[in-house]
Design a protein around this ligand. Structure first.
Ligand code: ADP
Ligand code: MG
Length: 254
């Protein structure tokens, strides 16, 4: 199970990174191509300059082609969120991870509490995020340690509402928080600084991609939410996901 998780996480992570890099690079490339075309049409262009512009144009066409191939081969899709009960997302991940926790003698506690607002989430995408956070927590926690997932809600800040409307397309005034806390090794300050940097990993070669936290934060942000990390060496690590939330009654009115 663990190897399978590792592999699917790795594939998803690499695919998402390729897709986001390809997307980021594609936009400036198109701008360059457009300006090169405009240059070629300038009346003052000499035949010599025209030759060089044609070379640039030809090479650009090649690069744009490569980027487009990459984008279509990764088949990445944007999050497609809907209003979901928090437990619909959390419970399957907990069930999936439970055997790995048992095998290591680490307790997995799911404490979702009472009536929570619905959460604005793409179940599949959030599933991937939570798998990664649980896997990180498990890896950092030794026998007889504990990993706890809790959920709650709080009022959204004006900035969160603005970003959420713009990015996640959700109407909301509440944030749902999903917190994954472990009693593991914690992270030294210098690791904490780099935690979200793509390819930063302290794991052995083949064990970690260093993409999990990067992709997880990107995914949550694409929903209009935030993902933050707190850690104390020797005490443990806490990851807080905040996502747009809504009471069931309010969603019926929209
Ligand atoms: P990976 O798990 O592949 O190494 P991540 O982006 O998921 O990549 O995590 C990057 C690094 O952050 C890890 O290698 C580890 O050093 C650190 N880290 C992440 N989560 C935790 C945690 N819960 N406790 C301690 N360290 C962590
Ligand atoms: Mg990881």
């Amino acid at each position: 199970v663990k190897d399978q998780l590792n592999r699917s996480e790795r594939l998803a992570a690499v695919g998402q990174l390729v897709a986001s890099v390809a997307h980021e690079v594609g936009t400036p490339l198109h701008s360059i191509a457009w300006h090169v075309q405009a240059l070629a049409e300038e009346p003052t262009v000499t035949p010599d300059m025209k030759k060089r512009i044609d070379v640039i144009d030809g090479q650009l066409t090649r690069v744009v082609g490569i980027i487009q191939d990459l984008l279509s081969s990764t088949r990445q899709r944007k999050p497609d969120p809907t209003w979901l009960p928090v437990e619909h997302v959390v419970s399957p991940v907990a069930a999936l991870m439970e055997p790995a926790f048992q095998a290591k003698g680490v307790a997995l506690r799911v404490e979702l509490g009472g009536a929570l607002p619905l959460v604005w989430a793409d179940a599949e995408k959030l599933h991937q995020v939570l798998v990664n956070l649980f896997a990180n927590a498990l890896a950092a926690t030794s026998e007889s340690g504990t990993v706890t997932i809790t959920a709650g809600s709080r009022p959204a800040t004006p900035e969160e509402i603005e970003v959420g409307l713009r990015v996640g397309n959700a109407m909301f005034i509440t944030m749902v928080t999903i917190v994954v806390r472990d009693t593991g090794s914690g992270m030294p300050e210098e690791d904490l600084q780099k935690a979200f940097t793509p390819f930063f990993t302290t794991k052995a070669i083949g064990k970690g991609t260093g993409l999990g936290l990067f992709i997880s934060r990107e995914t949550v942000q694409a929903h209009g939410g935030t993902l933050t990390l707190e850690s104390v060496v020797g005490k443990g690590t806490t990851v807080v996901i905040s996502l747009p939330g809504q009471s069931a009654a309010a969603t019926l009115l929209i």
